[in-house]
Design a binder for this molecule. Sequence first.
Ligand code: NDP
Length: 302
Amino acid sequence: LEYCLTMTAQRIDGNALSQKLRAEVTSRTQVLKAKGITPGLAVILVGENPASQVYVRNKVKACQDSGLHSLLEKYAEDMTEKALLDRIESLNQDPSIHGILVQLPLPKHIDSQKVIEAISPHKDVDGFHVVNAGRLAVGEEAFVPCTPLGCLMLLKDHMGDLSGKNAVVIGRSNIVGKPMAQLLLAENCTVTIAHSRTQDLPDVVRRADIVVAAVGRAEMVTGDYLKPGAVVIDVGINRLEPEVGQSKGRLVGDVAFDDALRQAGAITPVPGGVGPMTIACLLRNTLVAAHRRAGVAAPEGI
Ligand code: NDP
């Protein structure tokens, strides 16, 4: 039986689904452009964080590939909070910009929450503003954070209807864990949110048909945490120490992939799972923002 289960564990391909979504965004952007509207995203980076540099470059490149207008603004580490807030205010007023993204983390002297709240909720394509978080919680139309939205798309693409499933989300951040739980609840899952104070985490996770791991601890979730056949979405991005002779360590998720394959029904790899969906959802949210701004019905089915 164990052999059978090993053989049936599927890899959920985030590259493939994200390409499909990006192609959809590209064609709908063309339609909108024909009406004289080009969706525009402004990406702001403050400081020199190397991971952030890569993320913003990828986001801007993805915009270009799909025909969206993008603006990348890089500022020095010592930019004042006031200067950043002023810049956001002018982007709020700029009609060519439909989405504003401030790459996190920000330097310590800047209050991230204050910066997020300064973005117009209509342009908050990251979905981090309290207005959007509140709208999601009460079930109104909202911009949903890109990573959990991408996770939900992967789950629905793989499983179809999620109604009645037991879902365990490990992690309760405002960016991933909490909105993920809201989305699963809206899909009629029975949702448990686990975190660092959860007692007997493996026991809690073993009840889950769906596991979303968003912890930030390399390979923490092993096969013995999983109910046979569980569908596992691995949000974690962790870089291991480099092996001898290598300059960079391997990227791994929060799930011990090979070990989880023994038990899981399906699992997302790292890289190639959630990561590419996050970017595709950012494009999707920007496209939706442009539709709303223009008073055009938001595109169905994406
Ligand atoms: P945070 O650090 O904000 O949150 C981590 C959560 O995990 C917290 O709620 C924390 O609990 C919980 N946690 C920590 N240790 C344990 C433990 N031992 N057992 C159970 N729960 C624990 O991280 P994020 O939510 O921002 O990100 C999570 C991971 O996802 C990171 O690896 C990040 O790099 C990755 N990520 C990937 C993205 C993608 O595009 N693929 C996008 C965003 C993030 P507590 O609240 O009690 O402290």
